[in-house]
Design a protein around this ligand. Structure first.
Ligand SMILES: [Zn+2]
Length: 178
């Protein structure tokens, strides 16, 4: 862990990171996640909070955070609330990817994703209160990616094979491994 490069928090560094991302004109969450996963040498799974977790949180009157980023032994999981607008959901996903790409420490749970329960999510949400400079960096990341104008489509929306996907991955690698 000590060998990891430092977290990115300075606005100019965030801007440089986003500028270096070779985003295609449109991409799905899955495609962006795969590309970011290659970039960070991990597997990223993005999905709405499971229904059971939403139900438990409702019963307990404890609102779930807009999104949460979890590390497990199998990779990185991003959960987001699906009861908000598509625009907000996209922003939340980009925000969480921003934390990841900026190397902000994330909540870690031991259980595989299928065993994630409300306690895990809740605990992770509490632990994922980043310092404000990291929150600003993730927000800036999401904003700047949105400013790039690329369309990020959510799962289930006009999903089609994207011929630019392989090219995006190639450019991702060459950009960051060069
Ligand atoms: Zn955040």
């Amino acid at each position: 862990m000590d060998e990891l490069p430092p977290a990115i928090t300075h606005p100019e560094d965030v801007a440089a990171l986003v500028a270096a991302l070779p985003l295609p004109e449109s991409y799905t969450v899955a495609e962006l996640s795969r590309a970011c996963g290659h970039l960070m040498d991990t597997t990223i799974v993005v999905q709405p909070y499971p229904e059971s977790i939403v139900a438990e949180a409702n019963v307990e009157g404890r609102p779930l955070p807009s999104g949460v980023l979890l590390n497990t032994a199998k990779g990185v999981h991003i959960f987001y609330r699906s009861d908000t607008s598509a625009m907000h959901q996209r922003h939340v996903i980009l925000h969480e990817l921003g934390h990841l790409l900026c190397r902000h420490p994330t909540a870690t749970v031991d259980e595989p994703a299928t065993d994630l329960n409300t306690a895990n999510i809740s605990q992770a949400a509490q632990r994922s209160h980043y310092h404000s400079d990291r929150e600003r960096a993730a927000e800036l990341f999401a904003y700047l990616v949105e400013q790039r104008g690329g369309q990020l489509s959510l799962p289930g929306r006009n999903r089609r094979d994207d011929p630019t996907h392989a090219d995006m991955l190639r450019r991702f690698r060459s950009t960051f491994e060069g």
